[in-house]
Design a protein around this ligand. Structure first.
Ligand SMILES: C[S@@+](CC[C@H](N)C(=O)[O-])C[C@H]1O[C@@H](n2cnc3c(N)ncnc32)[C@H](O)[C@@H]1O
Length: 178
């Protein structure tokens, strides 16, 4: 499965924390990378630092033109899921998404999403038809797509790895930190 998250409308002055969390959730729950339409070095630094310590090869591209990114993705044979409370309920479409493609672009908004996005998407998907959060919507989408398997993914090239414990904390050092 190849999954990229396209985060639309990030405003560096007010969305740093939410966009960082969108990226952290994307990485932790099995996406390969995140595209941002604006530049924000703070977001990039936070996520890159987590990836360095905890592994995997999650990438971030910033200053991306969203129309070009969608067109490129589709030309390469990928499909596009736009998460919006106005869409079809995830329970009614997620099997179709999983069976149609293993290359998925997931679009989440910040402020109002341009109307064209609804037309360009292969599916407009509601994680319940109530307003909530792009972080929660993304987490649930990935979980339904992977059917829970992402919760057991292991990350390559990590410096640190947690050993699950019933009580207390155990962290294994896998390689020395620079
Ligand atoms: C805080 S909402 C703002 C939505 C904005 N008012 C609009 O009309 O597009 C930010 C993003 O969260 C996601 N989101 C919020 N509720 C959702 C839901 N029920 N299902 C899917 N995505 C949702 C969407 O990606 C949305 O663009």
């Amino acid at each position: 499965m190849e999954i990229v998250v396209l985060r639309l409308g990030h405003r560096p002055e007010r969305d740093k924390r939410v966009t960082t969390h969108v990226g952290l959730v994307a990485r932790a729950l099995g996406a390969n990378g995140m595209l941002l339409t604006t530049e924000d070095k703070t977001v990039e630094r936070s996520i890159t630092e987590v990836t360095k310590r905890w592994g995997g090869d999650f990438y971030i591209e910033m200053g991306v033109n969203w129309r070009d990114a969608i067109a490129r993705w589709k030309r390469g044979g990928g499909k596009v899921c736009h998460l919006t409370m106005y869409g079809q309920n995830i329970l009614d479409v997620i099997d179709e998404v999983r069976e149609t493609s293993d290359r998925i672009m997931v679009i989440v908004g910040a402020e109002k999403v341009p109307a064209d996005v609804y037309e360009l998407a292969d599916w407009n998907i509601a994680v319940g038809n109530q307003p909530h959060s792009e972080i929660a919507a993304l987490a649930l989408f990935l979980d339904y797509l992977y059917q829970g398997k992402e919760l057991k993914f292991r990350f390559r090239n990590a410096e640190l790895e947690i050993v699950p414990r019933k009580v207390g904390k155990e962290v294994r050092l896998l390689k020395s930190q620079a």
